[in-house]
Design a protein around this ligand. Structure first.
Ligand code: NAP
Ligand code: ZN
Length: 360
């Protein structure tokens, strides 16, 4: 994982010399308003100005970024002779920035974005997460809405690993409860799914276990939404660890099933994973009881059922799917390649059961 991680209070200002190395013209990629609200935009623009570096801001990234959005951003990057891209935000702006950095350097037809072989060439990226969940600051993935296959699909290339990730928990103090909870569950799901990937190894498991442990330690404060700055930093650290895990292992079944919930039902990414995680674990437990016991030990809970109860409390009232929706989402999901990335080889009926028991 080649990203240099710099963590700590006011770490951008304290490391402003490092940013000088990436050129004169920066493009800053953000969502609509949170980069301003949380103070990160102000910190980075002051630093760039002090360094004598120029910048322009592209603030049009929506949640679940579209292909059109990243092509628009890439055109602006080229027009403004951008040397490097700075992403501030949750997973949506961080992923969009990666795709923009890639498309600014490579001519790829819009229809081929998910299928083409990418060259090893993108503008350098600096990532500043403002949610603690996706780990996008340390992965080579940009997840985009895929209208051709009616799902979400990763564009993936080692050239999209950010050069630097600046981690400062103070940017998360403006996050309200729902996004805090959903993103923490996303990170938990990354760490757990990483342990159930065919690509897991001893090293990724060590990081995944530490991530699970830290996130679950924060759950009491998530439940009554009383996180201190120290706990915000802990969740951020844990989500970055989980990001390092999935950079190695990829995600598995939960994310595949969750993408249909996001695409068709507009359910937030982390929440979608949270709705499905426990029933997925129960299904895998029947075949791999020892592996699930190993994961549950890290949570500090006594069983998958106890974890499910906690997740249910965190997520509140659940959405409901119809039988027809469950059959369609399962038939779509079984065709996707990440399903095979799991040590548990799910059948279409397994997927139907997971959806049904979770939100049927
Ligand atoms: P997000 O879509 O980036 O942001 C969700 C909401 O939170 C937005 O309204 C955003 O506002 C707001 N927000 C962000 N930071 C804030 C802050 N500090 N204070 C107040 N509000 C804040 O959500 P996300 O869950 O972080 O990212 C989800 C995306 O990441 C999905 O597209 C998912 O597929 C992707 N993902 C990628 C990876 C990967 O490896 N690359 C892994 C998992 C998920 P603004 O719009 O104003 O910014
Ligand atoms: Zn995720």
């Amino acid at each position: 994982m080649p990203t240099k991680i710099i963590m700590g209070n006011n770490c951008i200002e304290a490391n402003k010399e490092t940013i000088k190395n990436y050129g004169l013209n920066a493009m800053i990629v953000t969502g609509k308003s949170s980069a301003k609200k949380c103070g990160a935009l102000d910190d980075i623009t002051k630093t760039l100005a002090a360094n004598g570096q120029h910048y322009f801001i592209y603030d049009k990234v929506m949640s679940n970024p579209t292909v059109d959005c990243v092509y628009e951003g890439a055109e602006l990057a080229r027009k403004n002779k951008t040397d490097f891209v700075i992403a501030i935000g949750g997973g949506s702006p961080m992923d969009a920035a990666k795709a923009i950095a890639l498309l600014a350097k490579q001519n790829i037809d819009k229809n081929d974005i998910f299928t083409v072989e990418y060259d090893d060439n993108a503008l350098p990226l600096i990532h500043i997460p403002t949610t603690a969940g996706t780990g996008s600051e340390v992965t080579p993935y940009a997840v985009l809405t895929n209208d051709i296959n009616a799902t979400k699909t990763s564009v993936s290339s080692p050239c999209m690993f950010p050069k630097i990730a600046f981690l400062d928990g103070k940017y998360m103090l403006t996050l309200e409860r729902t996004t805090t909870v959903n993103t923490a569950i996303d990170a938990l799901s990354h760490a757990i799914e990483g342990m159930l990937s065919v690509r897991a190894d001893a090293m990724s498991d060590v990081l995944a276990k530490e991530s699970i442990r830290i996130i679950c330690e924060c759950i009491p404060s998530l439940l009554n939404f009383s996180l201190s700055l120290e706990q915000r930093n802990s969740l951020l650290y844990a989500s970055t660890l989980a990001g390092i895990v999935i950079a190695q292992t990829g995600t598995v079944t939960v994310h595949v099933l969750g993408y249909s919930l996001t695409y068709f039902k507009n359910i937030d990414h982390g929440r979608a994973n949270g709705l499905l995680l426990a029933e997925f674990l129960k299904t895998v437990e029947k075949v791999y009881p020892d592996k699930i016991a190993e994961i549950i030990r890290c949570t500090g809970y006594s069983s998958v059922d106890e974890l499910k109860k906690i997740l249910d409390t965190l997520l509140g009232e659940k959405e409901k799917l119809t039988k027809a929706e469950i059959e369609k989402f399962s038939a779509d999901s079984i065709k996707l390649k990440h399903i095979k990335n799991c040590i548990f080889k799910a059948t279409e009926q397994d997927l139907i059961n997971i959806y049904t028991k979770s939100i049927g």
